[in-house]
Design a binder for this molecule. Structure first.
Ligand SMILES: Cc1ncc(C[n+]2csc(CCOP(=O)(O)OP(=O)(O)O)c2C)c(N)n1
Length: 282
């Protein structure tokens, strides 16, 4: 159990993830800052508190496993990996560069010791995560498979095939985290193709559902603790998040799904986030 955690350190980690997202996208000249910044506490809590890995260099060695199904928000994931010793900090400057490990969508080919499956085609990562969980069950392996998806991603049919299969197989070693920010690439999810309310949909598919403020670190830690105790059902954590959280002029705006800020905007955004504290910028 993770009760004795200093949540102020995890909040600080989330703030650094947001700074890194802005700087990575601006350094690359393109990318997806908004969803990544909105999921900063999810990455910070997972990598700072929840995930147990035998190896810093090979997280696929278990016992826990992680899949980022909404691969476009990988800037936040790479930042969390760098802040917890899985990557050199300076490698963040190679994001989206040809030949780099830190591709614009996670590449298993380029980074096999961390990326369980390449992701970008929405829905696919979740189905692979469920397959990993089933494999672990069949081998009676310890550990849990954690997978993040976006709310727009829930529009994919594959998500619901996977949800059916995971409940049928009673995959209680699978935890799905939905970053429910009501934003997708072209606008508000509720206007494009409504997926809310999400919790009753997963409940009706026989999942155990927890709903939580996705920026509340103690509440997230508690949800992950509870998720590990559920038996005979997969667990879905519906995390209420804000696109581009932490930078008021970017928050909630679908533009920041996949737009690179100008250098002037980036400067303003970094000012809003406050200076690096405890970590060096890469
Ligand atoms: C199968 C598939 N269809 C379409 C796309 C194009 N696409 C990329 S991201 C995205 C929207 C995803 O929305 P959400 O998961 O809510 O992401 P957020 O805006 O919150 O980052 C779409 C439609 C894709 N990557 N894969």
């Amino acid at each position: 159990m993770s009760t004795a955690v200093d949540s102020s350190a995890i909040n600080e980690m989330a703030r650094q993830i947001r700074r890194d997202c802005i700087r990575m996208v601006v350094t690359a000249g393109s990318g997806h800052p908004g969803g990544a910044m909105g999921a900063a506490e999810l990455f910070a809590v997972l990598y700072g508190v929840v995930l147990h890995h035998r190896s810093k260099t090979d997280t696929t060695a278990g016992p826990d496993r992680f899949v980022l199904s909404n691969g476009h928000i990988c800037a936040g994931w790479y930042s969390a990996l760098s802040l917890t010793g899985h990557l050199p900090r300076e490698e963040l400057g190679t994001h989206r560069k040809l030949g780099a490990r830190l591709q614009g969508h996670p590449s298993r080919h380029m980074f096999p010791s961390v990326v369980e499956t390449s992701s970008g085609p929405l829905g696919q990562g979740f189905s692979v995560a469920a397959g990993i969980a089933l494999g672990k069950k069949l081998r009676r392996d310890e550990g849990t498979v954690f997978c993040i998806v976006g709310d727009g991603e829930l529009q994919e049919g594959l998500v619901w095939e996977t949800a059916l299969s995971a409940a049928h197989r009673q995959l209680d070693n699978l935890v799905l985290i939905i970053s429910d920010n009501d934003v997708q690439i072209d606008g508000p999810t509720s206007e494009i193709k409504r997926v809310r309310p999400v919790a009753p949909k997963f409940e009706s598919f026989d999942w155990h559902v927890l709903t939580v403020d996705g920026h509340d670190v103690p509440a997230l830690i508690d949800a992950f603790d509870r998720a590990r105790t559920v038996r005979e059902k997969p667990v879905c954590i519906v995390a209420d998040t804000v696109m581009a959280k932490g930078v008021p002029f970017m928050e909630h705006d679908p533009k920041w799904h996949g737009t690179c800020p100008t250098p002037e905007m980036a400067e303003r955004a970094l000012e809003e986030l406050g200076p690096a504290d405890g970590w060096e910028d890469f």
